[in-house]
Design a protein around this ligand. Structure first.
Ligand SMILES: [Zn+2]
Length: 190
């Protein structure tokens, strides 16, 4: 079912925002990556794909969803200190690796190193997400990757607060909602 709800960008990490493109539980589940065009739109909203006028690569939605499943598995496994199959992430990294080249900048009279997309295939377009994910998985404290504490919310975020006590995907939605619910529950029992 196409989702008309805007994908949330609340995770403080692009790879987690990508995992969050499927959110909500039960009947409320939302899928932001429902076709090839929606993946390209998400990548543009995420700021990793600039002007893109062509039609999206065929099959990018399928690869994107496989990548998302693989990232979610790897994250959970790593948090539990277990290994997991990293085939899809490695596939995207290998096939989508950008090309580095140097270009002469005539105005400044210097060479500058540039990183450009290998092509406009699905792997190239998704590679920035896999790259951010690898950084998260290998360089960050994964105990700071948390799920929103609201019972009906599965959104993940990277807790970058100093106190490491972030509990909600967003205070405006889940935080206030859950606090109000707790308040009502206390009133009832008290
Ligand atoms: Zn939430």
């Amino acid at each position: 079912m196409p989702s008309d709800i805007a994908p949330p960008f609340i995770a403080s990490n692009l790879a987690l925002d990508f995992i969050n493109t499927q959110f909500g539980v039960g009947d409320e589940q939302q899928e932001c990556l429902f076709d090839d065009r929606s993946v390209v739109t998400w990548l543009q909203q995420a700021g990793v794909l600039s002007e893109y006028g062509e039609s999206p690569p065929v099959g990018i939605a399928q690869l994107a969803r496989q990548l998302r499943d693989n990232m979610r598995d790897l994250l959970i496994s790593a948090q539990q200190g277990r290994a997991a199959d990293s085939a899809v992430v490695n596939h995207v990294l290998e096939r989508g690796y950008p090309i580095e080249k140097i270009e002469w900048q005539s105005r400044e009279s210097v060479f500058q190193k540039k990183s450009v997309k290998r092509d406009m295939g699905s792997e190239s377009l998704l590679q920035p997400i896999a790259q951010v994910f690898v950084q998260l998985l290998t360089e960050e404290d994964l105990q700071l990757v948390k799920e929103c504490e609201a019972s009906d919310c599965v959104l993940l975020f990277h807790d970058q607060t100093k106190s490491h006590r972030r509990r909600w995907c967003s205070m405006a939605s889940c935080g206030n909602r859950m606090k109000a619910a707790a308040h009502r529950a206390r009133k009832k029992t008290g």
